[in-house]
Design a protein around this ligand. Structure first.
Ligand code: ADP
Length: 478
């Protein structure tokens, strides 16, 4: 049984169009041997000339009648094959009773079906490859020898815009390092890696791997460019390098001072008792500063290591605040300052890690005393609030524990506020160092609060003072 073509056939194959001349030529060719034999028989007198005419005329008519449908089917088949070659969708031809023609047409139809099947398989393979290329997170741009873009993937289009095909690479990614790299790969036939920075559409750093397309491509692709967005990597690298440089500088400063005093004590001040006592005190201060710095650095790295686990202990913030007030009473007294606390008795327990939340309160009260003016008051307020800061951490929460530490000091100019929680960032380096600050206190506070999925806000008015507020989410169970 003949299988039906699986494609939807809409147009019938074109009808036979075999010309009259073709029919005459074919009939003449087919009957020519008979004509020669009849002529010979007439010449030698075997058959009379009138019989020759009757016989040849009968043969011509019979041959024409027989060949006409056959040639018509050849015409139909030719049209059918032509239509297939032009990729038209056609119905299989009806070739009637001529079995040889039917077999030929059946073979052609099977050939067509298998070709359609292969076409569909090829289509599926192409679609799969498109999906694969599109799902790659890296940016892919493929261009020809003239540096005209031939293909891109979804990631490339998301960054450089739609309809990139046929645009010049230079128009889309205008950076000499990349363009020179691509030219070199086209000339030298050897892949290479380059890095470059783009300011548009948004500032980004890219690492580009440029490879020669390994085979002759029908689409004209000669170079594949894979771009990795290394902006975040660069930022982290820079942060790490800055951090190492800052930390080394912070440690080297007191160390150099201690070393200097040791040399003085060994040399010129060897027998100067008064100088020795004074120098030993400075050395002790510097050693304390180094110890504080190292312990702050350790705290910070520990908090960072646990940044992804939210602590779930129950913490009594009221007790922490009262204890910290107590522990700072001596430093406050030295500056004739008072610490006033306004605590809501109904404050729920916070969810978190006691030691870390204690460090938050400690650092904030410590700063308020350090940077607050002498003879003023530091106020610590703890309450529940539903006035929450705009922050993703508070999308799911309606209330929070808010602890504010308010001082009356110099205040902080607006431009410093966003950078205040960076490691080693100081508004006035010389002054804060002389006060004994490490530049890590607020960075520690920020990291702890982030780990607790809370928010730190800073309000300050130059000449009046500052207010540091910590918001900790209240969970339904509490
Ligand atoms: P430091 O150990 O130097 O105090 P912090 O990280 O705690 O480091 O603070 C960073 C900087 O922020 C300080 O150097 C100081 O300039 C400023 N700062 C912090 N708290 C206050 C405050 N209450 N009033 C004014 N400035 C402050």
């Amino acid at each position: 049984m003949r299988a039906q073509p699986h494609v939807l056939l809409t147009m019938p194959a074109s009808k036979s169009n075999v010309s009259f001349a073709t029919l005459i030529r074919t009939v003449a060719a087919v009957t020519s041997p008979t004509l020669i034999i009849l002529l010979l028989l007439t010449v030698v007198g075997t058959i009379p000339p009138d019989h020759f005419l009757y016989a040849y005329a009968s043969i011509l008519i019979a041959t024409t009648l027989l060949l006409r449908p056959f040639l018509a089917n050849v015409g139909t088949l030719t049209s059918y094959v032509n239509d297939l070659a032009e990729d038209k969708q056609v119905q299989e031809p009806d070739l009637g009773y001529l079995s040889a023609m039917s077999e030929l047409s059946g073979a052609l139809i099977r050939l067509h079906q298998s070709w359609e099947k292969k076409k569909q398989q090829m289509g599926n393979i192409i679609t799969e490859r498109e999906i694969l290329v599109d799902s790659l997170p890296d940016i892919l741009v493929m261009c020809n020898d003239d540096q005209i873009i031939v293909r891109t993937n979804k990631a490339a289009r998301a960054i450089f815009g739609q309809n990139l095909a046929n645009k010049s690479l230079q128009a889309v990614i205008p950076h000499d390092v990349l363009l020179n790299g691509v030219s070199a790969v086209i000339e030298e036939l050897r892949g290479r890696e380059v890095e470059f920075h783009l300011n548009e559409p948004i500032p980004r750093d890219f690492r580009a791997i440029i490879e020669r397309f390994p085979i002759a491509s029908s689409g004209g692709i000669s170079v594949i460019i894979t771009l990795n967005d290394v902006t975040e990597l660069k930022r982290v690298e820079k942060m790490r390098a800055d951090f190492v440089a800052n930390a080394s500088h912070e440690i080297r400063t007191p160390l150099a001072s201690i070393k200097g005093f040791i040399e003085t004590l060994r040399g010129p001040a060897r027998d100067d008792v008064a100088a020795r006592d004074e120098f030993l005190k400075v050395m002790d201060d510097q050693a304390t500063r180094m110890t504080t710095l190292i312990s702050d650095l350790l705290s910070l790295s520990k908090i960072e290591m646990n940044a992804h686990t939210v602590p779930d202990g129950k913490v009594d913030m009221l007790r922490i605040i009262r204890n910290e007030k107590e522990s700072f009473s001596w430093s406050a007294k030295e500056k004739n300052m008072t610490i006033r606390i306004e605590l809501s008795d109904t404050l729920p327990t916070a969810r978190g890690e006691e030691r870390e939340l204690m460090q938050v309160v400690h650092n904030l009260i410590g700063n308020a005393i350090k940077y607050g003016h002498a003879n003023t008051e530091v106020t610590v307020v703890a309450r529940v609030t539903s006035m929450l800061p705009q922050d993703p951490n508070f999308v799911k929460h309606h209330r929070a524990i808010c602890i504010s530490v308010i001082d009356r000091g110099d205040g902080i100019a607006k431009e410093h506020l966003p950078r205040l929680t960076e490691r080693f960032y100081r508004v006035d380096s010389a002054r804060t160092r002389s006060i004994g600050g490490t530049g890590l206190g607020l960075a520690i506070v920020k990291h702890i609060i982030n780990r607790h999925r809370g928010v730190l806000t800073i309000d300050s008015v130059v000449g009046e003072g500052s207010k540091f507020s910590v918001y900790l989410p209240i969970y339904a169970v509490e």
